[in-house]
Write a protein that binds this ligand. Structure first.
Ligand SMILES: Cc1cc2nc3c(=O)[nH]c(=O)nc-3n(C[C@H](O)[C@H](O)[C@H](O)COP(=O)(O)OP(=O)(O)OC[C@H]3O[C@@H](n4cnc5c(N)ncnc54)[C@H](O)[C@@H]3O)c2cc1C
Length: 498
């Protein structure tokens, strides 16, 4: 088949044969939960057109995964309601499925795959998704492709794992440009002229009835029917592609110009707030990049010939735009590189040797403060700034980036061992953060322990050569009084989110 999707983005899983007797092409949407700028959807449309078969899009939400909660469910279901709206305008069959009890949805994919010519899904490199794909491969009796629509650089077009952002940035400066010419279509279903499907086999829809996400969004009390953690409440940050676009527009119009200089100020909160949308695939990095390029009137011929890995100057854009793109592309995608290429990305042993060594040398250093998971979780430490950051996370589902670094460093300092600290960070981040369970969760948490960083002096107790941060220094550098007041634990943190 002639395809516009770059071959580095497509991976064949299992069988390669198309089932000519299949009734439709199936796009099993698992991480790129959107209708626009989506290489996976575009690939599925190409197959539908090639085979002259209808397209079915299955977007399911399991209930039995670790950390499943009202907060995560609401965000995903809001996204599904938006997808339901978008796809209803197109000639595709959208099949939203919500599992109430763990295991209820088992068999649905296999039943649909049996009637498919080809199955396409998203290539997402962490959390339970790679394991789910491996298990699914055995149940798909036709061609099964995974498409990488995560970022600007295709994850698998290098086999090099980058241990420093600087090396990755330099690599991108030498290798990214050709990939920028391969942009996903903004709206792959527009004028797609696909044949339509009368209905999905009733034997399937009776056993696994399609959900009505719009109805649930209208009444989130309905989340009580799912067997998930109801103690992590719904965030006031609304999920879905439409909310993501609104967020992006506000950021570009009101905050981007301040991003370079004020990003670290917790009380200004000029960062984009896009990470939850990027995580659940409600917005595409390509789309964000494109919007920035338009504002900057940027064309690829503007890049600098100097490719030494500097975070400034290569794009030849404004300082603010370059600063933002360094986060969106270099820092975001170096995490995808790690997760795609190293299966131990979430293990302590994956830390660089120097950091493991120094942390282990200082494991038995005395600690002035020691806390257990429950004390951390309830924001009950002696440190008001740390408690405020934790409380922001618990009550809103996000934490300011600079404070996230401090948050992790203090967990390291106040835990019995670095391995305990790692467990606490993973648990709290992935349970409460909307953007948790993402490659960048592991980048950020492991950065606290030395990944992507270098050794620092002087060598200190507990930290050894690991970079140290303190609340006192943070309070000297940044304005935090208002932030501490706003997120005093116990108060229903009134989130002044965007
Ligand atoms: C301990 C710790 C835990 C973290 N956990 C997560 C997590 O669970 N999920 C997550 O997406 N990020 C995580 N980060 C990275 C970073 O804090 C967030 O990506 C950022 O704060 C998201 O806010 P934003 O969308 O407003 O970012 P912006 O500053 O607007 O940046 C735009 C995008 O660039 C990417 N980005 C920004 N900063 C970083 C960074 N330091 N590392 C990697 N990518 C970055 C994100 O995709 C972000 O949405 C963590 C960092 C630390 C130190």
């Amino acid at each position: 088949m002639q395809s516009k999707i770059p071959s580095e983005r497509v991976r064949l899983q299992g069988l390669s044969e198309v089932n000519p007797d299949g009734k439709f092409v199936l796009y099993w949407m698992i991480s790129a939960r959107r209708s626009r700028h989506n290489f996976s959807l575009e690939r599925a449309v190409e197959w539908s057109r090639e085979l002259g078969k209808p397209l079915v899009i299955l977007e399911a939400l399991r209930s039995g995964y670790r950390w499943a909660s009202d907060r995560l469910h609401a965000f995903v279901i809001q996204g599904m309601a938006e997808n339901q709206r978008q796809f209803s305008k197109r000639k595709v069959t959208y099949y939203p499925y919500l599992e109430k009890e763990h295991g209820q949805g088992r068999g649905l994919l296999a039943a649909l795959a049996k009637q498919s010519c080809v199955v396409i899904s998203d290539d997402f490199p962490c959390f339970f998704l790679p394991r789910m794909i491996t298990a699914a491969t055995n149940q798909i009796p036709c061609r099964f492709e995974l498409v990488d629509t995560n970022g600007l650089f295709p994850m698998r077009s290098t086999d090099r794992v980058f241990s420093r952002a600087y090396d990755f940035r330099r690599f991108l400066q030498k290798n990214l440009l050709p990939h920028l010419a391969d942009f996903p279509m903004a709206d792959p279903l527009r004028n797609s002229k696909l044949p339509s499907l009368d209905s999905i086999d009733p034997a399937i829809t009776q056993r696994w009835p399609a959900a009505d996400p719009a109805k649930l969004v209208g009444d989130l009390d309905g989340l009580s029917q799912f067997n998930i953690d109801h103690s992590v409440g719904v965030s006031s940050i609304e999920g879905g592609s439409k909310a993501a676009q609104t967020r992006l527009t506000v950021f570009l119009n009101e905050h981007l110009a301040l991003y370079g200089q004020s990003r670290n100020e917790p009380e200004q909160d000029v960062a984009s707030g896009l990470s939850p949308y990027l995580h659940f695939g409600h917005i595409s990095a390509h789309d964000i990049f494109d919007r920035i390029c338009r504002i900057e009137e940027w064309t690829p011929d503007r890049v600098s010939k100097i490719t030494k890995g500097s975070s400034r100057g290569w794009w030849n854009m404004s300082e603010a735009a370059e600063s933002f793109l360094d986060e969106l592309i270099t820092w975001r995608e170096v995490g995808y590189n790690m997760c795609a290429l190293r299966s131990d990305f979430d293990q302590f042993e994956s830390l660089p040797e120097w950091s493991r060594k120094t942390l282990e040398e200082h494991t038995s250093d005395p600690r002035d403060h020691l806390y257990e998971l429950g004390q951390f979780e309830s924001a009950s430490t002696h440190d008001p700034l740390w408690n405020a950051a934790q409380w922001q996370l618990v009550t809103t589902g996000k934490m300011h980036n600079y404070l996230r670094m401090l948050w992790g460093k203090k967990i390291l300092e106040w835990s019995p061992t670095p391995r305990d600290a790692l467990d606490v960070m993973l648990e709290l981040n992935n349970k409460y953060a909307l953007d948790g369970r993402n490659p960048n969760s592991y980048s950020g948490i492991f950065w606290v322990l030395g990944r992507y960083d270098r050794a620092w002096g002087p060598e200190r107790p507990i930290f050894g050569k690991i970079r140290f941060m303190s609340s006192a220094n943070t309070a000297r550098k940044l304005k935090v009084k208002g932030y501490i007041q706003q997120f005093t634990p116990g108060r229903e943190g009134e989130p002044r989110l965007f």
